[in-house]
Design a protein around this ligand. Structure first.
Ligand code: G1P
Length: 279
């Protein structure tokens, strides 16, 4: 089954400058927990224990976060502050973390290809940590997708309906509906103008990919923005075989934008932190 989750985490986070000048955007906190920790928790909850993180320069804080801090452990051992480390300790004892560096930024497709050695020849999940997905009512978004993968055994992208004026920020799919929440993709465009978009179904930062995607990425020419786009490689996969788009259950916050970041913070403060559920 799916045992590995890839986290492309080499981006500069320019929309959050100056805070991201020396700090990875994946470490921005939603109240007291960094974005990437939410992503790792979602993966582990989906039964995925091995995290493969594609980092870049200035990203050391991510590695330190998922490692023991002996000084800190020593300081707070036996005090009630230990409770704050409950969540991260659980992850560290149940997950493995491996890292590779993306030396040049050439797009999401290129970032995923950089992780190839860490993934090998098996299906894997991808989480873009700045898309925060929460489902307090049931299974997390990756869990929902892993369950679908067991049934269909092909690549799956998570999609959400977005308003027309926002569609240009996303990869957009069109396809044949095979269940009220599943589409078989027959068209996929990276960041189209609203008038060219094939639908209002936008891809968000959760993917399950079969390993043949790596060769397809290698064969993919630079697309939108001069970058190697995963959307273009997935379109080839859809033409050759099958790619599904899944309308997930739950909420998704675009924490790469200040509005989404603030909304996520407010939601997590009210629904989790103030109830003692964010640790
Ligand atoms: C990437 C993908 C895009 C997808 C989006 C989801 O874009 O290229 O297809 O819709 O993530 O967050 P980015 O936001 O990195 O520009």
């Amino acid at each position: 089954m799916i045992k590995k989750c890839l986290f492309p985490a080499a981006g500069y986070g320019t929309r959050f400058l100056p805070v991201t000048k020396a700090m990875p955007k994946e470490m921005l906190p939603i109240v007291n927990k960094p974005l990437i920790q939410f992503g790792v928790e979602e993966a582990l909850a989906a039964g995925i224990p091995d995290m493969a993180i594609v980092t870049g320069r200035n990203k050391r804080a991510i590695e330190d976060h998922f490692d023991i801090s002996y000084e800190l452990e020593n300081q707070i051992q036996g005090t009630d502050k230990e409770d704050y480390l409950r969540g991260i300790r659980h992850l560290m004892s149940h997950c493995s973390f491996s890292y590779t560096r993306q030396v040049e930024m050439k797009g999401l497709g290129h970032a995923i290809l950089t992780g190839r050695r860490l993934i090998g020849d098996e299906p894997f999940a991808v989480v873009l940590a700045d898309d925060l997905c929460l489902n307090l009512e049931g299974d997390g978004v990756l869990s929902q997708m892993v369950q679908l993968y067991k049934q269909f055994r092909c690549s799956i992208v998570a999609v959400q309906e977005v308003p027309r004026e926002e569609i240009h920020k996303y990869g957009v799919i069109a396809g044949e509906m095979i269940r009220d929440d599943i589409f078989r993709v027959n068209s996929m465009v990276e960041k189209p103008k609203a008038e060219d978009a094939p639908s209002n179904l936008a891809i968000i930062g959760r993917y399950i990919l079969t390993p043949d995607i790596f060769e397809l990425i290698e064969q993919t020419e630079p697309g939108k923005g001069g970058e190697i786009q995963i959307t273009d490689a997935l379109m080839k996969q859809a033409q050759r075989g099958c790619v599904l788009a899944y309308k997930f259950k739950g909420k998704r916050y675009d924490c790469g934008s200040t509005e989404g970041f603030i909304q996520a913070t407010q939601f997590c403060y009210e629904q989790l932190y103030s109830k003692g559920l964010l640790y």
